[in-house]
Design a protein around this ligand. Structure first.
Ligand SMILES: [Fe+2]
Ligand SMILES: [Fe+2]
Length: 256
C-alpha cells in the first residue's frame, strides 16, 4: 500500500515538474514571440515611414516638374513666373466652387500650369516678336494647343493626362469659336473651361512687354459680355460670386 502511494506521489511530482517545465517553456515561447512581434512591428513601422517619405518626395517632385514645365511654356510666351502659379490657384478655386471632387481640384491645380507647354515647339522668332502677330504667325502660335496635347497625351499618369486635356482645350470658347477644334459648350472639358477663364483673367490683369494691364472695371465688363460666349456662364457666375477670393489670390501673388 505504502509503495503504491509513494509511487503515486512520485508520479504526481513528476507530472507537476513536467507541467512546470512545459509552462516555463510556453512562457518563454510567448515572450520570444512578443519580442519577435515587437521587432517586426518596429520594422514595419520603419518601412511604412520610409514609404510615406518616398510618397511625399514623389509628389513634391511631381509638383515641381509640373510647375517647371508650365514655367518653361510661359517663359517662351513672354509671361511672368507667377502667372502659372496664379492660374493654378484660380483653377483650384473655380473647380472647388463648381463642385469637382477634392482630388480633381488638387490635380487641376497642378495640371493647369501646363496649359501653354506646347509653346516650347513654337519658333522664338515668332514668340518673341514685339507687337501683334500677322495671320500666318497667329496660325503658327495657335498650334501650341495641339502641340501641347501631342506632347502629353501618351502619358499613363492621371495628372499628365489631365494636363493634356488642359493644353488641348484651354483656347476653346463656350460659343464654339475657339481653337483648335471649335468645341462648344459642355463638349469642352470642364478642365479646359476652367483653365480658359483662369488664364484669361490673369493675362488681362497683368502687364506685359507688349501691353499694359487692364483695370478691373474693364475686365469685369468684358467677363460679363463674354458670359456664355467665350466663357462657361456657370464659371463666370462663380467668379463674380467669389470675387473677393480671386482678388485675394491676385494680391498675394503679385509680380515684382
Ligand atoms: Fe495658350
Ligand atoms: Fe497662360
Amino acid at each position: 500500500m505504502q509503495t503504491h502511494e509513494n509511487k503515486l506521489i512520485a508520479e504526481i511530482k513528476a507530472l507537476k515538474e513536467e507541467f512546470i517545465n512545459t509552462t516555463d517553456k510556453l512562457i518563454k515561447d510567448v515572450k520570444r514571440q512578443d519580442k519577435i512581434m515587437a521587432r517586426s512591428d518596429k520594422r514595419q513601422k520603419q518601412e511604412y515611414d520610409e514609404l510615406m517619405a518616398l510618397k511625399i518626395e514623389i509628389e513634391e517632385t511631381q509638383k515641381e516638374v509640373v510647375f517647371t514645365m508650365g514655367a518653361i511654356g510661359e517663359s517662351r510666351s513672354k509671361e511672368t513666373g507667377n502667372h502659372v502659379k496664379r492660374v493654378a490657384q484660380y483653377s483650384y478655386l473655380l473647380a472647388k466652387h463648381y463642385g469637382l471632387s477634392d482630388k480633381e481640384c488638387k490635380m487641376l491645380e497642378q495640371a493647369s500650369p501646363m496649359h501653354d507647354i506646347g509653346k516650347i515647339a513654337i519658333p522664338d522668332a515668332i514668340l518673341n516678336k514685339p507687337g501683334r502677330f500677322n495671320d500666318e504667325e497667329r496660325a503658327i502660335v495657335e498650334t501650341h494647343a495641339q502641340l501641347g496635347y501631342d506632347i502629353l497625351q501618351y502619358s499613363k499618369r492621371e495628372l499628365i493626362k489631365m494636363a493634356a486635356i488642359v493644353a488641348y482645350e484651354h483656347h476653346e470658347k463656350y460659343n464654339g469659336t475657339g481653337y483648335p477644334n471649335k468645341l462648344k459648350g459642355e463638349d469642352i472639358h470642364i478642365y479646359g473651361r476652367i483653365t480658359a477663364l483662369a488664364d484669361v483673367f490673369d493675362a488681362l490683369g497683368s502687364s506685359r512687354v507688349y501691353k499694359s494691364a487692364w483695370d478691373d472695371e474693364r475686365i469685369f465688363k468684358m467677363f460679363k459680355e463674354e458670359r456664355g460666349e467665350h466663357f462657361d456662364p456657370v464659371l463666370i457666375d462663380i467668379f463674380f460670386d467669389h470675387l473677393d477670393e480671386f482678388l485675394h489670390i491676385r494680391d498675394s501673388m503679385k509680380d515684382i
